[in-house]
Design a protein around this ligand. Structure first.
Ligand SMILES: [Zn+2]
Length: 427
């Protein structure tokens, strides 16, 4: 779906519903707006259930201040108006009270976005606006002044977050990515100090080459067409289950020996469609499409492992937390975890850029899953379903492990029972 072609009132409903379904707002909290080319501000209404909003509920405040719609505009309209006045480049705003960012807002701290290569550049520096009464001109002035300093993401003391963008999708992606960082900061802190990336390490990611030579496909097999649909279904499922966020996660699947399909670079994971998926054939990319930056690693894995038919790299929050800390992600928790994940090694940050062949060589029948330090969980499988299952099991296992922190020490399955599991399930 081409989100930017939706009219403002539809974009607002779609995005607010998305925020509500992802558990990032309550029905009473949060408001969004868009300023169109005319200077009119389209905004969510005051006092309407966020779970059942329709486009007709959206209010339009014309540039001459006349209000159109069957409801009152959000009570926070003053700060939306004042931010737009202060920042002519901002065309859309997202405001809500998602729990992890509220935690930062009530202890007056800012989440570190250098936990992985993408988040800092998506969110930018995070500003802080002093507390004032909700809905007041004073709150509007505090937030607008912080935006005027150039911040696009602003925490509000004892309140929540406001993010801005050149369109609503960008404002949403900044909001969701920052909440993801806040969540991971909180989880990682519980395990002790965690490592963040330096500027040089972040630049390594942006130097990674995904501009392979192009080719024009001559034919489309039925298998290719089916896999395009399957990849979209699994990306969508991963997004719904919060195993991926809008700005991160790659799925690929082998079509034939030297040919595979992979998700594109830079398209919101909720809106990836079959035609966006990129066909890679013998190191060349389908004309006019740009694959994920992980394309070379996926290609090397397919080249070295003929039995692998799908590779997924994703950033589910609990499992990703273990890629930031010097604590072992012990998979000897329950039989399901060990059988699907095995002993999950960690690849040091940067290996995927300077020696991607080393990542491919780490994979084997006994090592189907790798943690990429400060980046992602990489799973492989004989099908997309198997690789997806491994992502899901990694996330559940990590979540259970993190929950033991307030309960007591893990009692792992014994070595002898691990041998029995291998004999029964892994021969
Ligand atoms: Zn609020």
């Amino acid at each position: 779906m081409e989100f930017s072609l939706l009219p403002p009132r539809h974009q607002l409903v779609e995005t607010l519903t998305r925020i509500y379904r992802q558990g990032l707002t309550t029905t009473s909290g949060g408001n969004l707006s868009i300023r169109d080319d005319n200077g009119d501000i389209w905004i969510t209404p005051a006092g309407v259930d966020k779970g059942s909003l329709t486009p007709d509920d959206i209010v339009c405040v014309r540039h001459d201040q006349t209000v159109e719609g069957r409801h009152r505009p959000s009570s926070e309209y003053p700060f939306h108006r004042m931010i737009y006045q202060a920042r002519p480049d901002i065309r859309a705003l997202v405001h809500a009270h998602p729990p992890a960012l509220v935690a930062f807002s009530i202890v007056r701290k800012v989440p570190d976005t250098r936990i992985n290569p993408q988040s800092r550049d998506i969110c930018g520096q995070v500003g802080y606006a002093p507390y004032a009464l909700p809905g007041s001109e004073a709150l509007g002035a505090n937030i607008a002044q912080t935006f005027a300093q150039g911040f696009n993401t602003v925490l509000l003391e004892n309140h929540g977050i406001v993010t801005g963008g050149q369109d609503l999708l960008q404002a949403f992606q900044r909001f969701e990515t920052l909440e993801f960082c806040a969540h991971i900061n909180i989880l990682a802190n519980a395990l002790g100090p965690f490592q963040v990336l330096t500027d040089d390490q972040i630049e390594q990611f942006y130097r990674m080459d995904n501009q392979l030579p192009e080719f024009v496909p001559q034919r489309r097999t039925s298998r290719e067409l089916e896999l395009r649909l399957d990849i979209c279904r699994f990306v969508s499922r991963a997004y719904e289950r919060r195993l991926m966020i809008s700005t991160g996660g790659t799925v690929s699947a082998r079509v034939e020996s030297d040919t595979f399909l992979i998700t594109p670079y830079g398209i919101d994971r909720k809106y990836i469609a079959p035609e966006d998926i990129v066909l890679i054939d013998a190191g060349r990319r389908e004309q006019g499409k740009v694959p994920s930056r992980a394309v070379l690693i996926h290609q090397l894995i397919y080249q070295q492992h003929p039995n692998i038919h799908s590779v997924i790299s994703a950033q589910p929050p609990n499992a990703t937390t273990y890629s930031l800390v010097n604590r072992r992600f012990d998979t000897r928790t329950i039989p399901e975890s060990y059988v699907l994940l095995r002993d999950m090694p960690v690849a040091p940050y940067g290996t995927q850029y300077v020696q991607p062949e080393r990542i491919a060589a780490m994979i084997s029948k006994d090592t189907p899953v790798i943690l990429l330090q400060n980046d992602a969980v990489l799973t492989t499988g004989s099908s997309i379903l198997e690789a997806f299952d491994r992502i899901e099991v990694a996330e559940f296992s990590a979540q259970a492990l993190l929950q033991t922190l307030s309960l007591g020490e893990l009692v792992p399955i014994t070595d002898e029972e691990i041998l029995n599991l291998k004999r029964k399930f892994l021969q």
